[in-house]
Design a protein around this ligand. Structure first.
Ligand code: E4P
Length: 220
């Protein structure tokens, strides 16, 4: 399973990259705004800065909602760097744009997926990745993880190559459940990824090993 970090924060991206486990980055307009990145030129430069840190796919989302705008924006984004993945919302124009980029050999990530039917359309349109939002479904008393299950079953039934990129992943259990189901990718904040490190028996076991080592050195 590939690990993407879901942020536009360069320090956090560097930290995950330094761990040696990072396969890519996802961003969205809200994450870019959170970092105070405004204006087309700055936004493009920021994507390039991310691409310099991570040798993996970097999702850059279009702002346009009409087909022509998505295509114009997506072409410009894709020209920035070979690792840029054009992120497109799940709408009728979005599906059309997915097909356009797929036919051109440009990688895409279909975002804002909340149902198996939308997942089916993203695969039919040739999306490279599709992003079901696990946490946002949980937020409204729906079962986000069950959606990942349903999509895995559907894609396996027909051998669709579109990768399931579980998004809106909020905590470690989401990551583990996605891995059990066989999601191709998870994208999560650094806190959720780092949370996988934690186990009290690791901490106490290490403390004991170090204490025993120190004792034996003192005797020697
Ligand atoms: C990823 O592609 C999405 O933009 C992101 O995971 C959304 O996460 P959120 O629901 O925590 O905002």
């Amino acid at each position: 399973m590939k690990f993407f970090i879901d942020t536009a924060n360069l320090d956090q991206i560097r930290e995950a990259q330094d761990m040696g486990i990072l396969d890519g980055v996802t961003t969205n307009p809200s994450l870019m705004a959170k970092e105070g990145i405004t204006g087309e030129a700055n936004i493009r430069k920021h994507y390039l800065d991310i691409c310099k840190i991570v040798d993996g796919d970097v999702s850059a989302e279009v702002i346009s909602t009409d087909y022509e705008g998505m295509v114009r924006e997506g072409d410009l984004l894709a020209d920035l760097h070979e690792n840029i993945v054009v992120k497109i919302p799940m709408t009728k124009d979005g599906v059309k744009a997915l097909r356009y980029f797929s036919d051109k050999g440009i990688k895409t990530n279909c975002t804002l997926i909340f149902s198996p039917g939308q997942a089916l359309l993203a695969a039919k349109a040739g999306a490279t990745y599709m992003s079901p939002f696990v946490g946002r479904l949980d937020d409204i008393s729906s079962d986000g993880i069950e959606l990942i299950n349903q999509i895995r079953l559907i894609y396996d039934n027909y051998g669709y190559q579109t990768q399931i990129l579980a998004a809106s992943v909020r905590h470690t259990m989401h990551i583990i459940q996605c891995a059990e189901i066989g999601a191709d990718v998870i994208t999560a904040p650094l806190s959720a990824i780092a949370g996988l490190l934690k186990h009290p028996l690791t901490d106490s076991g290490l403390a004991q090993f170090l204490a025993d080592h120190a004792k034996s050195q003192a005797k020697g």
